[in-house]
Design a protein around this ligand. Structure first.
Ligand code: SF4
Ligand code: SF4
Length: 293
């Protein structure tokens, strides 16, 4: 099985649109397993009409909890908490689980051993069926962090399924940025396809994600979305790719049909968008030899 991760550095470049289109093109030729690793803004499922098959709780962090029966209201824990997560109300000390960072300082200062750490439900992981193959996706509850841990758990779920079912390709729609969730999404990938666009912010973040991938030794390919919007920036991306030995697989033109397709909840290759469909088919054809190498 080959593992392809689609990344962008900057958010909003059309990464998920490209990932969904490539999934559709690939599914005509290969058995796929899909992972939506952009757990803070999981959108791949919106384009693939998933039907839930399995749901698993995700416990990402521990937070402090005060045993009211043992607490003598000395206030030492509230003083020790640097995150202002402990407040007193009506004489009772309570922990705000959203503000609690799990540092355990309160635990160590409590003279009555009235504080314990409790696992906190941070989100849920799903395995769903789609017409293109199984989709592993997740939902992070509001205010919860640990998205890197959640991505790792999601990848583990998908790997376990792949071990049994032996698909040809694992296609991962990665999160934006260069942080922990990106590294979790890209770890073990054979290839990363970077989706960028010709804007100063996107070019800046494109360089950053390229540096991250180089650091982890993951070969990168690139494509430029809305490539016709700024010829000068498009050339900058081309030059950057040439200088760093990154194959530029193709351009995707700006087309309002992409917005219509997203609104309709369909991959662009599914909608009435011939220019986009042709561009993405070209990118898939250019990608195949890299995937098969
Ligand atoms: S574990 Fe740390 S952050 Fe949480 S309530 Fe205790 S001191 Fe505050
Ligand atoms: S330190 Fe312990 S005893 Fe004192 S207020 Fe906090 S929980 Fe209660």
């Amino acid at each position: 099985m080959k593992r392809l991760v689609v990344l962008s550095g900057k958010g909003g470049t059309g990464k998920t649109t490209v990932a969904a289109a490539l999934a559709q093109l690939a599914a005509g030729e290969r058995r796929l397993v899909l992972v939506d690793a952009d757990v803070d803004a999981a959108n791949l499922g919106l384009l693939l009409d998933p039907r839930e098959r399995e749901v698993t709780d995700f416990v990402g962090a521990e937070t402090a909890a005060i045993d009211a029966g043992a607490c003598t209201a000395c206030g030492l824990c509230a003083e020790a908490c640097r995150f202002e997560a402990i407040a007193v109300s009506g004489g009772a000390y309570r922990v705000d689980p959203v503000a609690c960072e799990g540092c355990r300082a309160c635990l160590y200062v409590c003279p009555e051993a009235a504080i314990a750490m409790a696992p906190q439900l941070s989100g849920r992981r799903y395995r769903s069926d789609t017409r293109l193959g199984p989709l592993f996706h997740a939902h992070l509850l509001p205010g919860q962090e640990n998205s890197g841990k959640l991505v790792t758990a999601l990848r583990r779920d998908a790997e376990a399924w792949a071990e049994r079912e032996r698909p040809d390709v694992m296609l991962v729609d990665g999160p934006p940025g260069i942080g922990c969730p990106v590294i979790a999404a890209a770890s073990g990938a054979d290839l990363a396809l970077l989706v960028t666009e010709p804007t100063p912010a996107a070019v800046h973040d494109f360089r950053r994600i390229l540096g991250t991938l180089e650091h982890f030794g993951i070969p990168a390919l690139a494509c430029v979305n809305k490539a016709d919007l700024n010829a000068e920036r498009r050339e900058e991306i081309r030059a950057e790719c040439a200088a760093r030995g990154v194959a530029l697989l193709g351009d995707i033109p700006y087309d309002e049909a992409a917005v219509d397709a997203v609104r309709a909840g369909r991959p662009v290759t599914d909608a009435a968008a011939p220019r986009l469909a042709a561009a993405l088919a070209g990118i898939w054809r250019a990608l195949v030899p890299h995937l098969d190498a």
